[in-house]
Write a protein that binds this ligand. Sequence first.
Ligand SMILES: CC(C)(COP(=O)(O)OP(=O)(O)OC[C@H]1O[C@@H](n2cnc3c(N)ncnc32)[C@H](O)[C@@H]1OP(=O)(O)O)[C@@H](O)C(=O)NCCC(=O)NCCS
Length: 160
Amino acid sequence: MSDGRVRPMQSDELDAVTAMMQSLWPAAGDYDFSDERVFVWEERDQGLGGFISFSIRPWAEGCESTPVPYIEGLWVAPHLRKSGVATRLVAAVEEWCVQNGYRELGSDVEIGNETSLKMHASLGFEPTLRLQFFRKILALGLRDRDVTRRRGARGEDREE
Ligand SMILES: CC(C)(COP(=O)(O)OP(=O)(O)OC[C@H]1O[C@@H](n2cnc3c(N)ncnc32)[C@H](O)[C@@H]1OP(=O)(O)O)[C@@H](O)C(=O)NCCC(=O)NCCS
């Protein structure tokens, strides 16, 4: 077991937690986690070595209760992995949830993330739905097209 403790993030740790979030989601830029609760792993006599963030979602795929707490982010520094840090972070969230009257905790994992899939199974999470996300790049939004057409027909330069 790594030598440290789990505790809630403090307000002066925003930059340190944002840096860890950017390690987890490099493409996310300045991720806004103001609606989430964050617990951190504090290494003894050192800085932060991991975090877990969760939100209270109105509902979540595969969960039965509403609203339902949901793990949004979980990351442990590479040098601390496989020493029980994520286990302690998840346990802290579970404890908060139970103390606050929730009986379910949702989470998700990318299909290729074998380590996290194993971790979830090991920590007692049951698999529910498997989803394929989609997106479509929109060249010109419908609203913009309408405005352009109206301007062209009337020769006016105002938006309705
Ligand atoms: C996934 C991650 C959070 C696990 O953190 P961790 O502190 O190493 O996890 P723990 O030491 O508490 O391990 C808990 C369980 O996870 C599983 N596990 C963890 N690392 C594993 C690995 N490299 N290979 C296989 N199983 C692993 C084990 O079942 C382990 O239980 P056990 O020790 O009783 O066998 C960490 O690897 C990480 O930050 N990865 C990159 C970011 C990420 O994928 N986050 C999750 C997004 S959903």
